[in-house]
Design a protein around this ligand. Structure first.
Ligand SMILES: Cc1cc2nc3c(=O)[nH]c(=O)nc-3n(C[C@H](O)[C@H](O)[C@H](O)COP(=O)(O)O)c2cc1C
Length: 191
């Protein structure tokens, strides 16, 4: 793949999700610093229709219990749902739209999704491995209640964040994935 000389375009072109990440995660202070690169997300009427929640430590066991309750999964005593433990930090991306005559809810969801994507890229550039995950129970009542969502809010999933082994990172950067054919993505108005 031809590499972009512009570092932002290069980061966008070479980012990839990592299903397996190692221990460690950015602190809330580090996240706040990265948010300076996220808050400029395109936002019709500047409604700021999103917020983030960090889940660490035992929060992940609580998430596992909520997911199990939502799915009707029963486990043996002492057994926990392992899925939320795939990373030390989960960042819940919450769309938090409001009624506005000039910016319908779908546009506000688009802004929240944009914030999630920018944060994913910012974390990647800061050296962290990230994967955005949802699952069938993402907006189940038990899961929504755990996150304290209001009725109008939507949980857009969690960014699973952890460390990347230096060798893996080097391998990824040395062998970027093939570029997708841009043709299907670009068109004009039908005649
Ligand atoms: C909103 C959203 C939810 C996603 N949920 C899942 C998921 O639950 N499980 C999964 O394997 N991938 C999920 N993905 C896809 C991965 O995050 C990732 O984009 C995909 O594996 C492709 O990898 P790439 O980002 O390196 O191209 C989701 C992506 C988005 C944007």
């Amino acid at each position: 793949m031809p590499r972009f000389t512009d570092p932002v375009l290069d980061a966008m072109a070479t980012r990839r999700s990592l299903a397996k990440v190692g221990p460690g995660a950015p602190t809330d202070d580090e996240l706040r610093d990265l948010l300076a690169a996220v808050t400029p997300v395109a936002d019709h009427k500047a409604l700021r229709p999103w917020r983030l929640l960090t889940l660490r430590g035992d929060d992940r066991a609580r998430l596992g219990e909520a997911l199990d309750a939502a799915a009707g999964t029963h486990r043996e005593p002492g057994e926990v749902n392992p899925k939320p433990f795939r990373a030390d930090l989960l960042i819940a991306v919450v769309a938090s739209p409001r009624e506005h005559p000039g910016a319908p809810v779908w546009e506000q969801h688009a802004t929240a999704a944009g914030a999630g994507h920018l944060l994913e890229l910012a974390l990647w550039r800061a050296g962290w491995g990230v994967m955005w995950r949802t699952g069938l129970q993402v907006n189940a009542p038990e899961v929504r209640a755990l996150h304290g969502l209001a009725d109008h809010e939507l949980l857009m999933g969690w960014l699973y964040v952890g460390s990347i082994d230096a060798d893996l990172r080097a391998r990824i950067e040395e062998s970027p994935r093939p570029v997708l054919d841009p043709t299907p993505f670009l068109g004009g108005l039908p005649a």
